[in-house]
Design a protein around this ligand. Structure first.
Ligand code: NAD
Ligand code: USQ
Length: 404
């Protein structure tokens, strides 16, 4: 009816690039549930990479088409789908012209540090995919909708681990008697993390040169699997990576505990990072969209809720496991990465809280539910995929096959 199409056109239109991925899928459903009009742009390359490497999510996940059909059947809400590669500008510009987004949330990158360190071809793929994809998004915004707010997923890893406090994007420095507010120094430690630094520079320049608006969300490591929406039906389940290439620290430790594999602490385990629950990822993105940057502004938020060292996480998972009768052991394995294993770390993260973020801090109950999930699906775990098999120092220009 007219009133229905009227209300549809009043609803805010959000394009979610990478909407078939871990953070993206949870965000798609959350925003659709909040009555945003949502379109997914994704070339499904992550599913393809998983096939190539022989890895799989802990949880079974439905195809993108089944996911969208199930959501429609349960809620009556439509999610539009554009399958294609944002590195192809013709495809991306067609999607922009057709959907006319008011915000674009950009999750669509190769996001594994180990993957980017396998060999030259994966390093080049990662930087090409991420840097050119983001450049194309910037050009699409300039060409089709200069008002459109870019919400870009960056990473806390852009800053590295400096021996001073980490600020949110900018630092005020006094040098030889003069003072300026400058971009916070970047010291990323993989070709993946560096791709995000290059993106940040390209976005900052485009905001200045063309007057477009952007928010860089420097996200910490995400943990958890369920959100209110993905819990509604099996076919809406999110994926959970636990393998040595795409799996991240706390998620991996819960799966390792469930299958009786010693927790894999790399080196001394003092590596400290910012972490957040996937339920806060979706909240933060919603807050960024609802409170857009000004025209010409390049805004940076540090998106995490708590800091932990790898050793802290291992202790927490050991304790939680004991409640399930699991005898969780931890081992130090030779660190495959080049990174500081004992260091100062104190990163600001107040801007999203000021906008209204209500954090889900890591609690016993979350660890219990994540462990429960891992135990429920433990027969799906391929234990040969758990140990890390990508070495920062052994990277070669020759094509490398990963043998487990
Ligand atoms: P993911 O691999 O699960 O999802 C990424 C999605 O982007 C996939 O569905 C993939 O098919 C798609 N994609 C990749 N390249 C594309 C291209 N050229 N065109 C179209 N689609 C493309 O990753 P994730 O864990 O959901 O991460 C999403 C974003 O959040 C990434 O930018 C990542 O760097 C960032 N991030 C993730 C974490 C984390 O812990 N998972 C932490 C901090 C930041
Ligand atoms: N680590 C272990 N044991 C493991 C796995 C990891 O000790 O089994 C250590 C790593 O050496 C590292 C830390 O834990 O010091 C975090 O590693 P991770 O694999 O959990 O996360 P990382 O490689 O940093 O990448 C992940 C996402 C990436 C995102 C980043 C946010 O894959 O997309 O950008 O988290 S951040 O760490 O803040 O840069």
């Amino acid at each position: 009816s007219d009133s229905q199409s009227q209300s549809a056109s009043n609803r805010k239109k959000v394009m979610i690039i990478g909407g078939d991925g871990y953070c993206g899928w949870a965000t798609v459903l959350h925003l659709s549930n909040k009555n945003y009009q949502v379109a997914i742009v994704d070339n499904l390359v992550r599913r393809h990479i998983d096939h190539q490497l022989g890895i799989d999510s802990l949880t079974p996940i439905a195809s993108i088409h089944d996911r969208i059909r199930r959501w429609k059947a349960l809620t009556g809400k439509t999610i539009e789908l554009y399958v294609g590669d944002i590195c192809e500008f013709d495809f991306l510009s067609d999607a922009f012209e057709s959907f006319q987004p008011e915000s674009v949330v950009h999750f669509g990158e190769q996001r594994s540090a180990p993957y980017s360190m396998i060999d030259r071809s994966r390093a080049v793929y990662t930087q090409h995919n991420n840097v050119i994809g983001t450049l194309n998004v910037l050009f699409a915004i300039k060409e089709y909708s200069e008002e459109c707010h870019l919400v870009k997923l960056g990473t806390m890893g852009e800053y590295g681990t400096p021996n001073i406090d980490i600020e949110e994007g900018y630092i005020t420095i006094t040098h030889n008697g003069r003072t300026d507010k400058l971009p916070y120094p970047k010291q990323a430690s993989s070709f993946y993390h560096l791709s995000k630094v290059h993106d940040s520079h390209n976005i900052a320049f485009s905001c200045k040169a063309w007057g477009i608006r952007a928010t860089d969300l420097n996200q910490g490591v995400v943990y958890g699997v369920m959100t209110d929406e993905t819990a509604m039906h099996e076919e809406l389940s999110n994926k959970l990576d636990y393998d040595g290439v795409f799996g991240t620290a706390l998620n991996r430790f819960c799966v390792q505990a469930a299958v009786g594999h010693p927790l894999t602490i790399y080196g001394k385990g003092g590596q400290t990072r910012g972490y957040l629950d996937i339920r806060d990822t979706v909240q933060c993105v919603e807050l960024a969209i609802a409170n857009p940057a000004d025209q010409g502004e390049f805004r940076v938020f540090n998106q995490f809720t708590e800091q932990f060292s790898v050793n802290d996480l291992a202790e927490l998972v050991k304790k939680a496991g004991a409640k399930f009768g699991l005898d969780v052991q931890a081992v130090s394995v030779p660190n495959p990465r080049v990174e500081a294993e004992e260091h100062y770390y104190n990163a600001k993260h107040t801007k999203l809280i000021e906008l209204g973020l209500q954090p889900h801090l890591l609690s016993d109950s979350l660890l219990d539910s994540l462990l429960n999930f891992a135990i429920r699906y433990k027969d799906r775990v391929d234990t040969t995929q758990i140990m890390p098999n990508v070495s920062w120092k052994k990277i070669r220009s020759k094509i490398t096959t990963l043998q487990s």
